[in-house]
Write a protein that binds this ligand. Structure first.
Ligand code: MG
Length: 390
């Protein structure tokens, strides 16, 4: 959130180098990078989020539309069955059928799996148990959603059907019951939204157990539940490595459960998995900071004058560099020489530029990117003081 009052009144075109004090969307604003955070707080060098055109929400009556970057695995059309196969070796076409816009389990035909393999994801699945109630406990409207073919989010008609809690609809099967029973009745469409993170091991050491977040019909029923190895039937599992990707599998548990509107979005890599999302390991943060400093210095090399100087100053926030630091200190000292005592009106014209430099120097000294005794600071402070500026 922008909170700097100047940001509200200075038009965007004023972001050029010369005329305004420190801005919420400029450098020297939020706290500097540190050992595990390669970015400043509110860093404009951090990439902008990619544009995604949102979809529409599903209702029990009508499936919604996926967001623009979703990978659609089933949209109701019979042709989409080509994206799936029987979960057998060697692979063979599935005997599940598409009827009235839904993909339906044919009991006894076996699990079904996507030909596509993927790992960490936001997954959207809608399912409906048979409207005619048959069986009870685990025998009623049972199917399952297996992420990477490894770990099951339970699909079960539990509308009015007690069973063991860690096998309930929305459970991470054998690991954790859902926080709530938010199911609609038998035959009605249930909407699952799942955020899946696979386990991360490095050199045999567990860095992240992996996690499930699950919403049933908009109600959170799993909140970053650790996988603990992925669970299973009867056996307690322990953290274990999993592949980077695998097929999505849907279970044939002997009930003609229907599915519609299945899509996923891959999720960005976590810092522990080589990405830049979250707190980084110090070595990775250092590498990212060096990459940023290099890029900013290359940009500075294309500029002249104050623009160049300010970009060089900015680069010091990410990685120290003796040559750049000396150029910056010499550059600021030379800049002060361009600010001679002048009539008040002339000084007023440069007020924004001078205050901006004062704030940038204060920032770099506060975070130790310029030496404590930097001699230009008292001179800048004196100019500000002599003119009665805050
Ligand atoms: Mg199941």
């Amino acid at each position: 959130m922008f909170s700097h009052p100047i940001a509200a009144i200075v038009p965007l075109c004023a972001l050029a180098i010369t005329a305004v004090p420190v801005l919420a969307d400029g450098p020297f604003y939020g706290d500097a990078p540190d050992a595990t955070h390669p970015w400043t707080v509110h860093d404009m060098n951090r990439p902008q989020p990619p544009r995604v055109i949102p979809g529409t929400f599903s209702t029990p009556e009508q499936p919604g539309r996926p967001p623009s970057d979703a990978v659609v695995l089933f949209d109701g059309s019979p042709a989409m069955l080509d994206k799936w196969e029987a979960d057998k070796v060697p692979a063979e076409p599935t005997r599940w059928v598409v009827k009235d816009g839904a993909m339906q389990c044919v009991p006894g035909s076996g699990y079904i799996r996507t030909k596509q393999q993927f790992g960490d994801c936001q997954l959207h699945v809608e399912w409906a148990a048979p409207a005619t109630v048959e069986g009870n406990s685990q025998g009623r409207g049972n199917s399952g959603i297996f992420l990477m073919g490894q770990t099951e989010v339970q699909v079960l008609d539990n509308y009015d059907n007690p069973t063991y809690a860690d096998g309930f609809a929305g459970s991470v099967y054998g690991v954790n019951p859902p926080h709530a029973n938010a199911l609609r009745g038998p035959g009605e469409w249930q909407i699952y939204d799942i955020i899946f993170r696979r386990p991360i091991f490095k050199d045999g050491k567990l860095l992240d157990s992996g996690r499930f977040t699950v919403m049933i019909n908009g109600v959170v029923v799993q909140d970053s539940t650790p996988l603990e190895g992925g669970g299973g039937h009867k056996g307690r599992s322990n953290d274990r490595p999993m592949p980077d990707a695998g097929p999505l599998k849907l279970q044939d548990h002997g009930n003609p459960v229907r599915y519609r509107n299945i899509w996923y979005r891959p999720l960005p890599a976590r810092a522990v998995d080589g990405g830049d999302m979250g707190v980084m390991a110090p070595e990775a943060a250092t590498a990212k900071k060096q990459e940023l400093a290099k890029s900013i210095r290359e940009d500075a090399a294309k500029l002249q004058g104050l623009g160049k100087l300010r970009r060089q100053m900015e680069s010091l926030c990410y990685a120290p560099d003796d040559a750049t630091s000396k150029e910056v200190q010499d550059g600021i000292t030379a800049w002060i020489a361009t600010v001679p005592p002048a009539p008040a009106a002339a000084m007023e014209a440069r007020k924004g530029e001078i205050l901006q430099m004062r704030d940038a120097v204060n920032y770099l000294m506060r975070f130790k990117f310029l030496p404590d005794g930097f001699t230009a600071k008292p001179a800048i402070d004196k100019i500000v003081q002599d003119n009665g500026w805050k």
